[in-house]
Write a protein of this length. Sequence first.
Length: 277
Amino acid sequence: MIRDKVLKVPHGKDMGSGVEKKIGEIKNELKAACESELPVFVKMYESDGRSGVQALVAKARKAIDALGKERQRTERMKKYEKEYASYEYICGIDEVGRGPLAGPVVAGAVILPKDCQILYLNDSKQLSEKKREELYEVIMREAVAVGIGYASHERIDEINILQATYEAMRQAIGNLSVQPDLLLNDAVTIPGVDIRQIPIIKGDASSVSIAAASIVAKVTRDRLMVEYDQMYPKYHFADNKGYGAAAHLEALKKYGATPIHRKSFIKNFVEESSGTD
């Protein structure tokens, strides 16, 4: 679960008959309970002496403890948002895809609401694919504004990866539906932007806004590389996302470059004249 929800409170005994519930039924209640219901679950069943029920109560207490720690971690990640709270629209900026041999670099720009309660925001690389996808949907639904920018493999070859990254970031900012007052950037200062910028080292693990931008950029690019995998299945882009994994390098050497490969990145692996249509 991403955040607290208010659902129906789980029942104790069968209120109609007074018959004690089976452990399997109680287990299903715990499985269905949202985070805000866990304390109610513990209170309802903590006096049940059956060992199976007590194990479920212990599991619920462990989940409550973990949730409390996650809230504390998330609050620590709001340090910069709180420090610059006088700015109305604080935008986190991050990119994904500077290192791959194929595909674009993608930048995300996210303005979260001041009272943002989204949990589990973190550097996208520290999250499972399932958690990233889950958080992506929540961010897209709850953010004040989201902007995404791309720099293609051709553009990367033309102006180099750093300048292409800056270009994608400027595009992401320009695609926001709300003009930000302040940019929190993951480690960089973006040239050509007339908005105050705060570069933060390891910002995607230090700011909820940058973490949200990291997740949006990562999920967007990963989905694109999965689409490319359908076009060029021999290169396993769905798995490696264009990075230099063994299977990818082997395919490069065997079949040559695809139209989405970065020529400036693959000189050591294939001859420029080789290629796959």
